[in-house]
Design a binder for this molecule. Structure first.
Ligand SMILES: *[C@@H]1O[C@H](CO)[C@@H](O)[C@H](O)[C@H]1NC(C)=O
Ligand SMILES: *[C@@H]1O[C@H](CO)[C@@H](O)[C@H](O)[C@H]1NC(C)=O
Ligand SMILES: *[C@@H]1O[C@H](CO)[C@@H](O)[C@H](O)[C@H]1NC(C)=O
Length: 652
């Protein structure tokens, strides 16, 4: 054998191995190694800087070695290569006070524009400290702002939108006062025919909030209320940690270390529970229609489609649009701090740009990379899928048995399509998608978020599962099947709750640590929602058919009803409230299990409290007004079955 060729082959192999080792991610570092790396986040004293008439700059820097080889930089790169769990440690984030922190680094050219001068000063200052301490040079990659004292001393005059919103709130309060006065003084006789004047009556709305939920004999929907509140609480804890990830963290070591813990995976991956909302929403829609079919009512397809969609939009929109208006107007005036502009003001600017997509319920599709009130992707996707499910139910109206087959086939087709897309575009499942750097930029440009998470397509399996559940339930009712008599089904249904939770907490472990391989990632990305939905549907089918279990007993507690009615407001408000609370901090934020617990319950309490005035002044009055006007337009028909609730409070 030719020795030179052997040598060359050996050299090539060694090079390959070296190259491999070089790009290989480091999964573990000791504490000593970890804290040798430069701190990722640091903030100077903010109030003191303003008092000293300094200029406060916030921005991000990219580090590079001044000369190679640079052992520390290699470690930083390889540790950051595990982007699923770790921040990118070659990217620093700083808030500094000029000239307090860097009097000696002022660049000499005072005739450049002032903004450029401060940016250059900021960069020189961080670069000098990195160079001295680590032999690394730092380049300013993103400047959030450089602002002198007095630049934002709240002297900005109110914009037209802000004045409009203030006037709107004043009008609401006046309406409520007037309506309440009328309600308290008019006789019952005088109220007849003038119900619309009483729509804003606060005591009447309060009673509506506390009304016992409607119950029906064969379908027990009582557990939906508890489920809605608990799901909302799960969403809130996930968002609490999510928002803190956006700000500057005091200690990134704890954050990165606990990311693999079962409880943290369960929490981070719990955004899957949004599927429960989709299931409930399409189930209730189909259930209401199929009930009409069982009663033999005449359901004209086109008229039903139009009126059901209009009712849905009227039910969702008033509170939603008010909150979007608030976010685009007053939100950014309500606080200040070093992180206020990057966190709140920037999002408010997006809201001013794309508010109209929210009015059209297309905010998850149009300008999908710009996030205003990120949680409202759900409302848009829900309305889009609601229309589709309504259409499917009306199309399958006549074929009772075939409906189940058609829906199952559609579900399988959706799965196949999702898997194909996930595989060909390298999409990743939920937990991987919530990687620290991706969260920091609110998933901007992330196809996994745009295509799987917030698009109607990605959530189609959940909606179809709810539709299937309703059709299955009615098929069982038609055949008079008593599910609690079937021991095996009862057992499966009760255990499904636990299986769903295990699926959320354990399924991401199948991918192993670090960046996942393509095929398993695509498979999990396509299957995680459908499998979670499957378990949820099995549990719900048991619950609505009266299979006894302690979970169902807890969820059916009557006390949940009022909280369930406030959940929609809490969904809208918890993000702006939480973000304002975090952005007003003067210091970096701590994020570990202990602070997460405290902030979870704090944010939940404030959100539900804030949802109360929203419900009493906007949501319930709008519904009462609509009902009053509808009954005026079409005088009460005696044909209306007494047990059909006038407006199904049940969805969301
Ligand atoms: C970390 O950030 C640097 C600089 O922005 C970038 O070049 C690098 O690709 C990032 N690393 C990872 C793993 O994303
Ligand atoms: C930086 O490099 C110089 C020259 O190579 C060396 O003397 C010094 O110890 C290095 N400093 C650090 C913090 O690594
Ligand atoms: C950072 O400082 C080093 C040494 O002082 C210098 O060579 C380098 O050009 C600087 N880099 C930037 C981006 O200013």
């Amino acid at each position: 054998m030719d020795p030179t060729r052997t040598l060359a082959a050996l050299a090539a192999l060694t090079l390959l191995a070296l190259a491999h080792a070089h790009t290989d991610a480091i999964l573990e570092l000791t504490d000593e190694q970890y804290y040798e790396m430069p701190r990722l986040f640091a903030l100077d004293e903010w109030a003191g800087c303003r008092a000293a008439r300094g200029v406060y700059c916030v921005g991000s820097f990219e580090l590079s070695p001044e000369r190679r080889p640079h052992a520390l930089y290699d470690v930083m790169q390889r540790y950051s290569a595990n982007w699923v769990d770790n921040f990118n440690h070659t990217r620093l984030h700083r808030g500094l006070c000029l000239p307090r922190s860097c009097a000696s680094h002022a660049p000499p050219a005072p005739h450049v524009p002032r903004a450029q001068h401060y940016a250059a000063w900021f960069e020189a200052c961080v670069n000098a400290s990195m160079s001295a301490a680590y032999n690394l040079s730092a380049q300013l990659s993103r400047l959030e702002y450089c602002a002198g004292a007095g630049a934002e001393d709240d002297v900005t005059p109110l914009s037209a939108s802000q004045r409009g919103f203030a006037g709107f709130v004043a009008a609401l309060l006046a309406l409520a006062a007037l309506s309440t006065a009328l309600d308290l003084t008019l006789s019952d006789h005088a109220k007849k025919g003038a119900e619309w004047t009483l729509a804003w009556s606060v005591p009447a709305c309060w009673r509506a909030l506390h009304a016992p939920p409607p119950r029906s004999a064969r379908t027990d929907l009582a557990s939906f209320d508890g489920l809605r509140v608990l799901t909302m609480l799960v969403v809130i804890v996930e968002h609490v940690c999510w928002i803190t990830t956006h700000t500057y963290l005091t200690d990134t070591r704890i954050y990165e270390e606990i990311r693999g813990g079962v409880d943290v995976v369960l929490m981070t991956n719990s955004t899957l529970v949004v599927q429960i909302f989709f299931i409930m929403s399409s189930f209730l829609l189909a259930h209401k229609l199929l009930q009409q079919r069982r009663r033999g009512e005449n359901v004209p397809p086109v008229a039903t489609f139009v009126s059901t969609m209009i009712n849905r939009i009227i039910r969702l929109s008033p509170s939603y649009w008010v909150v979007v208006w608030f976010a685009a107007s007053w939100w950014e005036r309500l606080g200040r701090g070093p992180m206020w502009a990057p966190l709140v003001a920037s999002e408010a600017a997006v809201c001013r740009r794309k508010w109209w997509t929210h009015l059209l319920y297309l905010n998850n599709i149009l300008y999908a990379d710009d996030k205003c009130l990120i949680q409202t992707w759900y409302l848009a996707a829900d309305l889009q899928l609601y229309a589709l499910c309504l259409l499917l139910t009306l199309l399958l109206w006549r074929w009772r048995r075939a409906a189940l087959l058609v829906l199952t086939a559609l579900l399988l087709a959706a799965l196949a399509l999702l898997f194909t897309l996930a595989y060909s575009w390298h999409l990743v499942p939920t937990l991987v998608m919530h990687s620290p750097e991706s969260v920091r930029v609110s998933y901007s440009g992330d196809m996994s978020f745009n295509l799987l998470y917030q698009s109607p397509l990605g959530n189609l399996p959940g909606a179809l599962a709810g539709l299937l559940l309703a059709h299955l339930h009615h098929a069982l009712l038609d055949n008079d099947v008593q599910l609690p008599k079937y021991k095996v089904f009862s057992c499966v249904s009760v255990w499904s709750v636990l299986l769903a939770a295990c699926w959320v907490g354990v399924s991401p472990r199948a991918l192993g640590r670090g960046p996942p391989a393509r095929l398993p990632a695509a498979a999990l990305a396509a299957l995680e929602r459908p499998i979670f939905s499957l378990f949820t549907c099995a549990a719900l089918l048991g619950a609505i058919n009266g299979v006894p279990s302690w979970v169902r007993r807890c969820l059916s507690w009557r006390g949940w009803a009022c909280w369930a009615r406030l959940s929609f407001g809490a969904l809208l408000l918890h993000m702006p409230i939480n973000k304002a609370l975090v952005a007003a901090r003067l210091m970096t934020s701590q994020l570990d299990r202990q602070t997460a617990i405290a902030e979870w319950f704090g944010v939940a309490a404030v959100s539900y409290l804030a949802a109360l005035p929203l419900a009493l002044l906007v949501e319930l009055p709008a519904q009462r007004l609509q009902r009053a006007l509808q009954t005026r337009a079409s005088p009460p028909r005696p044909a209306r079955p007494p047990h059909a609730p006038p407006a199904s409070k049940a969805d969301l």
